[in-house]
Design a protein around this ligand. Structure first.
Ligand code: CA
Length: 668
């Protein structure tokens, strides 16, 4: 889910005059010749500079060459020749490094507006013109040997979702390159109390991957007006294959944003941290004016029967991944980011707008490049789509996309309360009746003999083939932060009481089967002043005040130990539903509300611990549980957690403090 910016035009260019007899857009577009060559739209070699645009229905096409990224007239205009498979081509002698270009096509008797094309890999300011640069000069030192962390399975990852600006822009970040890619290259930064910030903070916390909000060139932030306080999440794609300019130190120099994004990746990789990109191929910022529309009008989008744009994205349009040229585009685009920028994972926005065939090809292509790369996405749409439900990459269809994971809204809403109702409570805030839905989350939405899916709040079936197909989380950039949700749903509680609930909520996420995911800054109790849709809110709402790390050191320490616990114990990271069904055993708590208790048995997944006992008490009173007699190590109790152990227990009847987790492990 995400929110959009910009005004959307309701009209659509679909039919050209010659298509009058055709009965549907799909029939028209299925007749287009497609082109899967890797030389779209610019190549430079010893023989010169070559331009190729795919535009099967163009009546004419031209390239305009410029000296600068904006505010200048073309120094050369070159007519393109119709070529094979719907392409148009033109070449000029010489390597035009340093120049800019746009395409223009004639369609239905009219010259459309200029466009940088859909394959611009370098762009000028605000992405209006594509740029000709030598990519060999954009690589940081050591780039050839650069690689991300090795990962056996996706659920070995700990995902940390962050926005460049949120993360570094606050004065207390101690970071010089505020709101920039380079923020993540700065070592030794601290808040005003001397606590680590920036990349050092990430290392200290122990996350394995940052998931960065859109970092391709998006439309909303005016790159000529930096550094005014402009903010956007970036779910308004403009140039899919070039980095966003406002995150660079010089948006008007096309190489700078590329170099700096690579430096960021390299720096994170050197710290052992992978980089996941949030990709938004499901819609574009504009309709008739988008780069897709200006090169192949209508083709890349789905339409309603009346010819208008269909809108499963809630942003005015939706793309058509089932069409060959669009499918190839998505696949080649992620491939490009993986190869050129060494990206380690991809998070697909509104993934269910895409079809399952495309998503399977995406996963396969990426695994061939690097088996450590993983893919996950939102298994839903934001509105109805002409794409048949059975073909959508939905959460309910995730078994048909076996190498891809989906977000579990089941565990999210069950833990903290429903996302649309601010005051609604969840299991971790004392609401009864959600135990079975939390259990669906604990088993990673796999088939488990002790979980009754008919009692699930969202899903009514075990949708995941294995726990590797589920991303568990309690909050993300969308909706209220966990801090704000707790403030709205526990208005009578003080900060310390709310932090107990936060600890319990995240303990459920990080001990569950599946891949844990957290929103940046929640480890220091960041809030967004109650703003649930902060996509264009100012820094005063979105920036993380890193001095909160000092004020909430106890909470930060808990998160750090929780991550360490998960990473030290493979029992939390089982890879098959069979293993989960066999080794994860729920205790019979006789229907007591607010209480969940289970064991991870049999040295699950090669764990050094024979058994791990995990008990959650979401209620505001103490609960009692019988633990078998043994020599237990207590890891979590009464709002405290130490991965190495807080103390020992012989078992027996133990008290589970209100709104807290009790976790014990035994070797024998
Ligand atoms: Ca931009």
């Amino acid at each position: 889910m995400k929110l959009c910016t910009g005004t959307m035009m309701a009209t659509a260019i679909i039919y050209s005059a010659g298509d009058a007899q055709a009965t549907s857009p799909d029939e028209i577009y299925s007749t287009y010749e497609t082109y899967d060559g890797q030389d779209l739209e610019l190549t430079v070699d010893n023989s010169g500079t070559h331009f190729t645009i795919w535009s099967p229905k163009a009546e004419a096409a031209k390239v305009l060459i410029y000296d600068s990224g904006r505010n200048s007239t073309p120094i050369q205009t070159i007519g393109m020749n119709k070529s094979e498979h719907g392409t148009w081509r033109a070449s000029v002698p010489g390597q035009l490094y340093g120049k800019f270009y746009t395409f223009q096509i004639k369609y239905d008797g009219k010259w459309l507006d200029e466009t940088p094309g859909v394959w611009a890999k370098a762009v000028g300011i605000n992405g209006k013109r594509a740029a000709i640069i030598d990519f060999a000069n954009t690589n940081p030192e050591g780039w050839d040997s650069d690689k991300g962390p090795e990962l056996k399975n996706i659920n070995d990852a700990v995902l940390y979702e962050m926005h460049h600006r949120d993360f570094s822009v606050h004065p207390n970040s101690g970071i010089a390159n505020k709101g920039k890619f380079l923020a993540l290259t700065e070592q030794g930064t601290t808040n005003t109390f001397g606590d680590k910030t920036g990349i050092d903070h990430l290392k200290e916390l122990g996350i394995t991957h940052v998931h960065i909000l859109p970092s391709y060139d998006y439309n909303s932030v005016d790159e000529t007006q930096l550094p005014s306080n402009q903010y956007n999440w970036g779910y308004d794609p403009y140039n899919y294959n070039a980095p966003e300019g406002s995150y660079s130190t010089n948006p008007s120099d096309p190489s700078t944003r590329i170099k700096e994004m690579k430096e960021m990746v390299k720096s994170l990789h050197d710290a052992g941290i992978g980089v996941v990109m949030d990709v938004v191929y499901n819609h574009t910022a504009q309709n008739d004016d988008s780069n897709f529309s200006l090169t192949a009008p209508g083709y890349y989008y789905r339409h309603r029967e009346d010819g208008s744009y269909s809108d499963a994205s809630g942003c005015g349009n939706e793309t058509a991944s089932e069409r060959q040229q669009m499918r190839d585009y998505i696949i080649n685009s992620v491939k490009y980011w993986a190869e050129e920028y060494h990206i380690d994972g991809f998070r697909f926005d509104l993934m269910a707008i895409h079809d399952t065939t495309t998503m399977n090809e995406v996963a396969k292509t990426l695994k061939e490049i690097n088996p450590n790369i993983f893919v996950y996405g939102e298994g839903w749409t934001a509105g109805d789509s002409p794409l048949p439900v059975g073909q959508r990459a939905l959460k309910d269809n995730v078994s048909a996309i076996p190498d891809i994971a989906v977000f579990s809204d089941d565990i999210r809403d069950a833990i903290k309360g429903h996302y649309t109702d601010e005051s609604d409570r969840g299991f971790a805030t004392g609401k009864p009746g959600l135990e079975e839905t939390v259990k669906i989350g604990i088993v990673g939405a796999t088939n488990h003999p002790q979980v009754d899916y008919s009692k699930g709040n969202n899903s009514k079936k075990p949708y995941a083939n294995s726990p590797k197909q589920v991303i568990n989380y309690v909050s993300c950039h969308d909706d209220l932060t966990l801090t704000d949700k707790l403030a709205k749903s526990l208005p009578e509680d003080d900060i310390k009481a709310r932090q107990r609930a936060a600890k319990l909520a995240q303990t459920i996420v990080f001990t569950s089967q599946g891949t844990p995911f957290m929103f940046a800054g929640e480890e220091v109790f960041r809030d967004k002043k109650g703003v649930h849709n902060s996509y264009k809110s100012p820094d005063s709402i979105n920036a993380i005040d890193w001095n909160m790390k000092h004020e909430n050191a106890d909470l930060f320490n808990y998160y750090k130990e929780l991550i360490k616990l998960r990473k030290s114990h493979p029992a939390f990271r089982m890879t098959s539903s069979e293993d989960v069904a066999k080794n994860l055993v729920f205790d019979d708590v006789k229907g007591e509300s607010g209480l969940i208790s289970y064991s991870l048995k049999n040295n699950a997944n090669g764990d050094v611990w024979k058994e791990i006992k995990v008990v959650f008490n979401g209620s505001d009173g103490p609960k009692y549980i019988k633990i078998p007699k043994a020599n237990w190590i207590v890891v979590a109790e009464d709002g405290q957690l130490d991965a190495e152990g807080l103390g020992e227990s012989k078992g027996g009847r133990l008290m589970v403090a209100p709104r807290s987790a009790l976790i014990l492990g035994r070797e024998k």
